[in-house]
Design a binder for this molecule. Structure first.
Ligand SMILES: C[S@@+](CC[C@H](N)C(=O)[O-])C[C@H]1O[C@@H](n2cnc3c(N)ncnc32)[C@H](O)[C@@H]1O
Length: 253
C-alpha cells in the first residue's frame, strides 16, 4: 500500500504519519516485561495516586448494576484492575491495546489476581475500534493518547462506542507551570529518566521517546478543545502534581 506524505512526531523526530505506530509498538514491545516496575521507579509511586484519581472519576457502581468500561491503550491492565476492584460484581473492563507483549503481561497479572473473568484483554488499535456503537458506559485511556498517531480518530472512536450519558476520561502527562518545579522536572526528565530506563530495561531510547513525547503533546487547553471537537460535552481537565499530569473528562450527552 502506498505510504501517505503526512508527517508527525515520534518524540522530537519528525516521521511519516504512517510509520509512527510501528515505532511506538517497538518501544512498548521492548519495555513490556519491566513496564510496571519502571512506572514505580520513575514516578516514585505517584502514578498509583494519579490512576486512583481516574478510578474515582470513573465511579463504577458498587451495586449489581451492569457497567462496561473500555480501557484504551490499557497495556498491562493496571487501570483496568483498579476499576474492576473498585466496582460491583457486574463491572466489566475490556483492555484494548495495540501491543501483544503488553497484553500478554496484563493477562498473566489478571490470572494471578483472579480477575481474568472480569477484565478481558483484546488487541486492537484505538483509531479503529471494532466495538458496536454505544456499547460502553465509560471509556478510559491513561498515558496512552500521546502515543496514538491520529488522536482525532481515537477520540471520534471513543465517542462512537460510548453510550449516551457515558463519560470519557483521559489521564495524560501535561505541562508543568509551577516556577521552580518546571526546571527540576525538566532536569529529572532528560537527565534521570532515560538513565533509569537504560539500567532497568536496557532500552534508553524508549525512555528518551517517553520524555520527548510528553513535551510534544498538546497543552491541556488545546487537548480539551480536541475532546470537544470530537463531540464530547463539558470537556474539563484537572491538573495534578503541579501539572505533571492532567485528568481530562468529557461526556457523551
Ligand atoms: C504508557 S503505556 C500506558 C499503559 C496503561 N494505560 C498504564 O497507564 O499503565 C501506553 C500504551 O499505549 C499503547 N498504544 C500505543 N498506540 C496505541 C494505539 N494506536 N491503540 C491502542 N493502544 C496503543 C501501547 O501499546 C502501550 O501499552
Amino acid at each position: 500500500m502506498p505510504r501517505g506524505n503526512d508527517q508527525t512526531h515520534f518524540g522530537y523526530e519528525t516521521v511519516p504519519l504512517d510509520d509512527k505506530q510501528e515505532r511506538v509498538d517497538e518501544v512498548f514491545h521492548s519495555v513490556a516485561r519491566r513496564y510496571d516496575l519502571m512506572n514505580d521507579l520513575m514516578s516514585g509511586g505517584l502514578h498509583r495516586a494519579w490512576k486512583d484519581a481516574l478510578v474515582t472519576a470513573v465511579n463504577p457502581p458498587k451495586s449489581a448494576r451492569e457497567f462496561a468500561v473500555l480501557d484504551l491503550a490499557g497495556g498491562t491492565g493496571d487501570v483496568a484492575f483498579r476499576i474492576a476492584q473498585s466496582g460491583g460484581h457486574s463491572t466489566r473492563v475490556t483492555v484494548g491495546d495495540s501491543n501483544a507483549a503488553m497484553l500478554e503481561v496484563g493477562q498473566a497479572r489478571a490470572a494471578e489476581r483472579g480477575l481474568d473473568r472480569v477484565v478481558t484483554f483484546e488487541q486492537g488499535n484505538a483509531e479503529e475500534l471494532v466495538y458496536p456503537d454505544r456499547s460502553f458506559d465509560c471509556v478510559t485511556i491513561a498515558f496512552g493518547i500521546r502515543n496514538v498517531p491520529r488522536i482525532e480518530r481515537a477520540l471520534a472512536q471513543a465517542y462512537r462506542v460510548l453510550k449516551h450519558g457515558g463519560r470519557f476520561l483521559c489521564l495524560e502527562f501535561s505541562s508543568v507551570d509551577m516556577p521552580g518545579l518546571d526546571a527540576l522536572y525538566e532536569l529529572y526528565s532528560f537527565q534521570v529518566i532515560p538513565r533509569i530506563g537504560e539500567a532497568v530495561t536496557g532500552d534508553r531510547e524508549a525512555y528518551q521517546y517517553l520524555v520527548e513525547s510528553i513535551r510534544k503533546f498538546p497543552k491541556p487547553k488545546v487537548f480539551a478543545a480536541m475532546i470537544e471537537a470530537a463531540g464530547f460535552r463539558r470537556a474539563i481537565f484537572t491538573p495534578m502534581t503541579g501539572g505533571v499530569v492532567a485528568l481530562h473528562s468529557g461526556w457523551r450527552l
